[in-house]
Design a protein. Structure first.
Length: 291
C-alpha cells in the first residue's frame, strides 16, 4: 500500500514568515520528478507545531492538488487532543489525502489503553488508511508491539512510522500485527537495517534534500539488491548524520537553499543553523554528489 521513499515535506515560508505556496508547488513537482514514492505534508518536519489549523489545512489541500494522484499523499493529522486530531484527519480526508499519519499523543502521557482509545476514535471518525507514528523521543510515550497489534485489528489502521530506533521492533510487530502490516522507518540512518528486518520504506527527512538517491536506495531494498543499497547508504550516511546535528528540518531547509529550491526560513522557537553545522551539511552534500 505505502512503500519506498516518502519525504516528510518541509513547509516553505516567505521571507516575512507566511506560507510560500509557489515554492511548495515547485518543491512537490521536483520531489515527484526525482522519483519519490509518496509525500507526507504537515508532519513535524513540516513544522506542524507552529502551523495554524488553517495553514495546516491549506498545505494538505495544496499538496494533494499538486500531486494529482501521481503518488500517494499521507497527511500529518496528529494531535495530543483526540477531538483536534479527528478534525484535522477529517479535513485531510475531504481534501483527498490517501492516508493519515497520526502521532502518539504527546505531553499528556496516555497509557497503552489510552492510546488504543485515541486511535480507535480517529479510525471510527474517518474512512482512509491510518499510519501510526510512534516516536517516543518526541511524544514521551512508546506504543508497545502488543498495543499496536490490537489496533492493527481495525480495518483502516494499516501501518506504522517507527522512530523508536529499535530495529527489533520490526520483527516484533510482524508477530503482533501480521506480515502485511506496513512498517515504515522514521529514521534515515537505520533504514537499511529496518528494511532488512521486514520494513518496506521510510518517511524521510533526508529525502527532502536527496530525493533521487533516497528513492533509489529504497527501491534497491525492495528489489533485494542489498549490495546496491549498501553503496547508496554509504553515499547518504554523512548527510543523514549532518542533517540531525541540529533539528533536522532546519538543516533540510538550509540544504534546499543551497540547491536553489527553498529558503532557510523557519519559525520560532527554531532558529537557523550554526556555521559549523552548515559546514558539515555542505561536506555531506558534496560527498553525496549533490553539489
Amino acid at each position: 500500500m505505502f512503500k519506498g521513499s516518502m519525504p516528510a515535506l518541509i513547509t516553505p515560508f516567505t521571507p516575512d514568515g507566511e506560507l510560500d505556496l509557489d515554492t511548495l508547488k515547485k518543491f512537490v513537482e521536483w520531489q515527484i520528478d526525482q522519483g519519490s514514492h509518496g509525500l507526507v505534508p504537515c508532519g513535524t518536519t513540516g513544522e506542524s507545531p507552529t502551523l495554524s489549523h488553517e495553514e495546516d489545512r491549506t498545505v494538505v489541500r495544496e499538496v494533494v492538488r499538486i500531486a494529482d494522484g501521481r503518488v500517494p499523499v499521507i497527511a500529518g493529522a496528529g494531535s495530543n487532543s483526540t477531538r483536534e486530531a479527528i478534525g484535522l484527519a477529517q479535513h485531510a480526508e475531504s481534501a483527498g489525502a490517501n492516508g493519515l499519519l497520526i502521532v502518539t499523543p504527546y505531553y499528556n502521557k496516555p497509557t497503552q489503553a489510552g492510546m488504543i482509545a485515541h486511535f480507535t476514535a480517529i479510525h471510527d471518525a474517518t474512512n482512509v488508511p491510518i499510519v501510526i507514528y510512534n516516536i517516543p523521543g518526541r511524544s514521551v510515550v512508546d506504543m508497545m508491539p502488543d498495543t499496536m497489534g490490537e489496533l492493527a485489528k481495525l480495518p483502516r489502521i494499516v501501518g506504522v512510522k517507527d522512530a523508536t530506533g529499535k530495529l527489533e521492533r520490526v520483527s516484533q510487530q510482524r508477530i503482533t500485527c501480521g506480515a502485511d502490516f506496513v512498517q515504515l522507518s522514521g529514521n534515515d540512518d537505520t533504514a537499511l537495517g529496518f528494511n532488512a528486518h521486514g520494513g518496506t520504506g521510510c518517511i524521510s527527512v533526508t529525502a527532502n534534500v536527496a530525493p533521487k538517491l533516497c528513492a533509489e536506495f529504497q527501491q534497491a531494498t525492495l528489489n533485494g539488491e542489498w549490495g546496491k543499497a549498501l553503496e547508496l547508504q554509504d553515499k547518504l550516511m554523512p548527510l543523514h548524520i549532518a542533517i540531525f546535528i541540529e533539528p533536522g528540518l532546519v538543516a533540510a531547509k538550509y540544504a534546499l537553499s543551497k540547491l536553489g529550491i527553498a529558503n532557510e526560513r523557519v519559525r520560532l522557537p527554531l532558529v537557523g543553523l550554526t556555521q559549523s553545522t552548515k559546514n558539515a551539511v555542505d561536506e555531506a552534500m558534496q560527498h553525496a554528489g549533490l553539489i
